[in-house]
Design a protein around this ligand. Structure first.
Ligand code: CMC
Length: 429
């Protein structure tokens, strides 16, 4: 490398490539002209060394365990801010003034109801459908119900679509839950704050008064802040790729939701709790640690490891504290799952395999215990992640659409299939 350029030698030819630096974090080598200059592509399955875009939203230093939204440390936002303030920050780039915050809250709150026909749409699902299946479908269906905000070339429509999704995804999430437990849908109550309203839509029933527990509401709000964005992860990259073709924002967020559902990504919170339940008692932990270390066993410790964090996930630390707060508030003194989690963490963190591979608990390790204590079934965990991540997806989608250099995303490949050959009629095969 020399100065602000790097050089690559291919077939005796030297190619100069510019090095671009960000505000913090690793620089990148600009390879955009590599194919034109050499006739070769780069090869990086899983994108471990590839920056897919330029972004000003979220920064992670995985070695130091740092997560910043628009420059603000996640710890400070979780401690002092609320989720809608975080939404404003992610979307607009700055923390809101009091007047901007009041206006933003008002605008989100006025969009919380969904088209009445959505209820009929829900009734087409089986009652035992996974709520994430309902989320993928119903978020995608918003484009059929709110067609007047699908023109992505119109900034006003983009803004309305964004507000609609931040406001309506909690309503859809609560409806997905109510539908699977066979209870009537609860309409939003706009006198409540965002997260209290969501709790009420999930847990109120017409037969009884529902009083929001402020400790639980604050804890869930904090969980939403922790999940709001995480730069170019799999689901966000999915949203960007879908959006790069000009697809409408509801369709793009539905694509992100589908990607998030996978157990290596957002589905890990559900998988982590199921794993803790399967382990069952502290005595069984060594057996599961051995399974996780066995190359011939596909078992992995769910809630452990991360592509970017090679240190304790900063969100996991806050999550662990929130877990204790919620259990205390609910008077849960002895939670066997928490006992298993604490001991599993202790053993794993002192085991050579986990130390050497820098595998630490991630956000999903403790979130399941907290959400379960609040009354959510495991199948809802990834739905809550979807609710919170919606704003991150929207902010990233908006940033991409507003970038004048934006083009359709189109990775290339290393083809290893059959070279050209002639068709053989079926009788001669
Ligand atoms: N348990 C046991 N071994 C593991 C684990 C684990 N949870 N995670 C990684 N490893 C091992 C893996 O076998 C590999 O070993 P080797 O080098 O000997 O082949 C090494 O560590 C590196 O793993 P990798 O799969 O190459 O790493 P990755 O960056 O591709 O995967 C991950 C990251 C998060 C998918 C993976 O750590 C994992 O599957 N964890 C469990 C699922 C999980 O908790 N996911 C939630 C992520 S945080 C929330 C979110 O962002 O959605």
């Amino acid at each position: 490398m020399s100065g602000n350029t790097s050089q690559l030698q291919v077939d005796g030819k030297t190619v100069d490539m510019a090095i671009k630096s960000g505000s913090v974090g690793p620089s990148v080598i600009d390879i955009a002209k590599l194919y034109a200059q050499t006739g070769m592509f780069t090869y990086d399955p899983g994108f471990t060394s590839t920056a897919s875009c330029e972004s000003q939203i979220t920064y992670i230093d995985g070695d130091a365990g740092i997560l910043l939204y628009r420059g603000y440390p996640i710890e400070q936002l979780a401690e002092h801010g609320d989720f809608l303030e975080t939404c404003y920050l992610l979307l607009e780039g700055e923390l809101p003034t009091a007047a901007q915050k009041a206006d933003f809250d008002y605008r989100v709150t006025r969009h919380t109801m969904v088209h009445e026909q959505m209820a009929r749409f829900f009734h087409g699902f089986r009652r035992d459908a996974h709520p994430m299946a309902i989320m993928v479908a119903s978020i995608g269906a918003l484009s059929a119900f709110y067609h007047d905000s699908t023109d992505i070339s119109d900034p006003h429509q983009r803004m309305i679509a964004s507000m609609r999704m931040i406001a309506k995804v909690p309503t859809l999430a609560a409806m997905a839950y109510k539908y699977t437990v066979g209870q009537p849908f609860v309409y939003p109550l706009n006198s409540l704050d965002y997260t209290s309203n969501f709790l009420r839509m999930c847990f109120a029933v017409p037969a009884e008064e529902y009083k929001v527990n402020p400790v639980l509401s604050r804890a869930l709000d904090r969980i939403f802040i922790l999940h709001a964005d995480h730069e170019q992860n799999a689901s966000t990259s999915t949203v960007r790729l879908a959006g790069s073709s000009g697809a409408n924002p509801f369709a793009c967020i539905a694509a992100g939701t589908a990607c998030l559902w996978g157990p290596a990504h957002g589905g890990a919170n559900e998988a982590a709790l199921k794993m803790l339940e399967e382990i069952g008692s502290v005595d069984n932990i060594p057996k599961y640690i051995a399974k996780a270390k066995d190359k011939n066993d596909p078992f992995r410790l769910m809630g452990f490891g991360h592509r970017v964090y090679k240190n304790y996930d900063p969100r996991a630390k806050i999550m662990q504290k929130t877990t204790h707060e919620v259990l205390n508030e609910l008077g849960i003194k002895d939670d066997p799952l928490l006992d298993v989690a604490v001991e599993l963490e202790r053993i794993a963190l002192s085991d050579e395999y986990f130390i050497e591979k820098k595998l630490y608990p991630n956000i999903d390790f403790y979130s399941g215990i907290t959400l379960k204590a609040m009354g959510f079934p495991t199948s809802m965990f990834t739905v809550l992640f979807t609710l919170a991540r919606t704003v991150g997806w929207i902010a990233q989608w908006k940033e991409m659409i507003e970038d004048p250099s934006q083009r359709i995303g189109r990775p290339r490949q290393l083809y290893t299939g059959a070279p050209q050959r002639d068709y053989t009629p079926i009788g001669r095969r």
